[in-house]
Design a protein around this ligand. Structure first.
Ligand code: AVJ
Length: 332
């Protein structure tokens, strides 16, 4: 009588450890998204949030960007993680719950599995469908790590479902994604991250550093025009989500470093005077007028250290590459 029961439990246990669970925290309804897009287009200047860059095609175009020789952040960060893995592991601690904020293809976190040995891996991303594929294949490679995929937009507020579990948390926010926030919003985000991590919590975060303008601008306006395609893909989303009539050919990708604000800006610039029309609204654009689609803030090491302090992190450590182009911070 005992045997079948035990076998059943074993099967259930094994199944739980080999297939990731998925939770959708909160999904904006299409009416909400349409409203947000219309409000942005009607603004002065017109804006579209960079979160709309990441549909299935946009996520793949971003992956292609990370392969470009001009786009240094991804490979520079990877080299820092590789060079300093033992030190990072020693400070971050093993056996934690690793919470990946903006996991994408989960590749960056997976590279740290050896040194961090997480008990549980919580992958959070706005594009939940993209997460499904990535996490399922990662789970096959690491059957012993409990994996949970969370579909959530934490650009507004950083909260996790109960499925994320307790235990000592290591928050992972690589790639300089925090650069999309204004420094003021970044501070809010860091405060929330500190609260989410709890008493024994830590944050491992990648930060793109200030560097000469030509290097920055080439990284966001590559000759192969992959970044241009990534930016222009927003127009397809406008058309799909809002029922807009934008023509890709009418717009030009513009990327510039705004030194006063210490940020790269991406814009879609109208090649001629035109009017965008959608059900319930329209937005005329003069020739050369721009839709602002992304900010990517660049920090100094001292500037970001200060931001971490202001957010309430008492201890910080950082590692950088020999050119000083990118930094990885561990804050607790
Ligand atoms: C994903 C926000 C870190 O700002 O470098 C890359 C996005 N935009 N090329 C960045 C991006 C254009 C990227 N982040």
């Amino acid at each position: 009588m005992e045997f079948p029961l035990r076998q059943g439990m074993l099967v259930a246990h094994t199944a739980a450890m080999t297939s990731p669970r998925f939770v959708q925290v909160y999904r904006e309804d299409s009416a909400g998204l349409r409203h947000e897009l219309a409000q942005g287009l009607l603004g002065r200047p017109a804006t579209v949030s960079p979160k709309f860059l990441y549909d299935a095609l946009g996520s793949r175009l971003f992956d292609a960007i990370t392969e470009l020789p001009e786009y240094y952040p991804t490979r520079t960060e990877r080299a820092i993680f590789e060079a300093h893995a033992p030190a990072i592991g020693a400070l971050a601690g093993r056996g934690r719950t690793l919470i990946d904020l903006g996991a994408g293809n989960c590749e960056k976190a997976a590279r740290l599995f050896d040194v961090l040995a997480p008990l549980r891996y919580v992958a959070v991303d706005i594009s939940v469908d993209y997460l499904r594929q990535a996490l399922a294949s990662l789970q096959r490679q690491h059957p012993a790590i409990e994996m949970i995929g969370v579909g959530a937009d934490f650009s507004a507020s950083l909260t996790l479902p109960p499925e994320a579990g307790r235990g000592e948390r290591l928050l992972f926010y690589p790639g300089s994604s925090i650069g999309n926030f204004t420094p003021q919003d970044a501070l809010q985000f860091l405060r929330q991250a500190r609260a989410l991590g709890g008493a024994g919590g830590a944050l491992l975060i990648g930060i793109d550093l200030i560097k000469p303008k030509p290097v920055l601008e080439l990284a966001y306006d590559d000759p192969l025009r992959v970044t241009a395609a990534f930016n222009l893909n927003l127009l397809r989303r406008l058309n799909a989500l809002l029922g807009c009539d934008a023509r890709i050919e009418d717009f030009e990708h513009v990327a510039l470093f705004n030194e006063a604000e210490s940020r790269i800006e991406m814009h879609l610039q109208a090649r001629r005077a035109l009017t965008l029309r959608w059900p319930g609204g329209e937005r005329p654009l003069a020739a050369g007028e721009r839709i602002h689609t992304e900010n990517s803030y660049k920090y100094s090491v001292a500037g970001f250290e200060q931001l971490l302090r202001d957010a309430g992190f008492a201890r910080t450590a950082h590692w950088t590459d020999e050119r000083g182009w990118f930094a990885v911070f561990l804050a607790s």
